[in-house]
Each structure stands twice: as C-alpha cells, then as structure tokens.
Design a binder for this molecule. Structure first.
Ligand code: HEC
Length: 96
C-alpha cells in the first residue's frame, strides 16, 4: 500500500488520537472543556446534548477548519480525512 493511502486510512480510524493531540487541551478528553484552558477561553462543551442537536456536521467541519474566536484553525494542519475523523469523534462525545 502506498504511504499516503496508509496514512489516510489510519487517520480515518484515529479521530480519538487526533482529538487527544489537538483538541483535548482546551475541550478536555470528554469534551466538557472543564479544564484550565477551556475555562480561560470559554471553549464549547462538546458533550452537551443541546449543542449537539443544534449544530450540523458542516458547521463542526467549518469550526475545525477556521477556528472561531480563541480556537486555532486546523485547515492547514489536518487533511480532509483527519477532519472527518475528528467530526466523528466530536459526535461521539455527546452525553444523553
Ligand atoms: C486553544 C483552545 C482550543 C483548541 C486547541 C481547540 N478549540 Fe475548539 N473551541 C475553542 C473555543 C474558545 C471555542 C468557542 C469559540 C467561540 O464560540 O467563539 C471552541 C469551539 C469549538 C466548537 C464549537 C463551535 C460551535 O459551532 O459552537 C467545536 C465543534 C470545536 N471547538 C471543536 C474543536 C476540535 C475538533 C478541536 C481540535 C481539532 C478544537 N476544537 C481545538 C477552543 C479551542
């Protein structure tokens, strides 16, 4: 398998790892943003059901790419497969 295909495949499976690397420092491992940075920056609580119901997949992708407010933009840092993997991971953070 060519290296690029291998990395795309593993990126698709590895949203959780990407999340831990790039997102958890502000949004916390469980998405609640109940840590120092989340608190300082007013990061969104990603586990909140009300927010999950309101936000579309396209909006989450746009957030990841552009980074609203204090959140950094990841359009240059992450490829499309990685962004999709993160979208799925964000959806999995939903709490009832
Ligand atoms: C430096 C801290 C920081 C990092 C790192 C960060 N975020 Fe955020 N994030 C924020 C803040 C602050 C907001 C709220 C921005 C606003 O609404 O003005 C936010 C908002 C969001 C939202 C909600 C947008 C909406 O529509 O309400 C999503 C989804 C999100 N972040 C996902 C991610 C993902 C996925 C990553 C990792 C790729 C990430 N964030 C990394 C700080 C961060």
């Amino acid at each position: 398998m060519p290296a690029s295909a291998a990395s795309a495949a593993s990126a698709a499976n590895d949203g959780a790892q990407l999340y831990g690397q790039y997102c958890a420092k502000c949004h916390a491992e469980d998405g609640r943003a109940n840590n120092l940075r989340g608190w300082l920056y007013f990061a969104q609580n990603l586990s909140q059901a009300k927010w999950q119901d309101r936000v579309s997949d396209a909006e989450i992708l746009e957030t990841i790419q552009q980074g609203p407010g204090a959140m950094p933009a990841f359009a240059e840092k992450l490829d499309k497969a990685e962004q999709q993997a993160l979208l799925r991971t964000v959806r999995e953070l939903r709490q009832p």
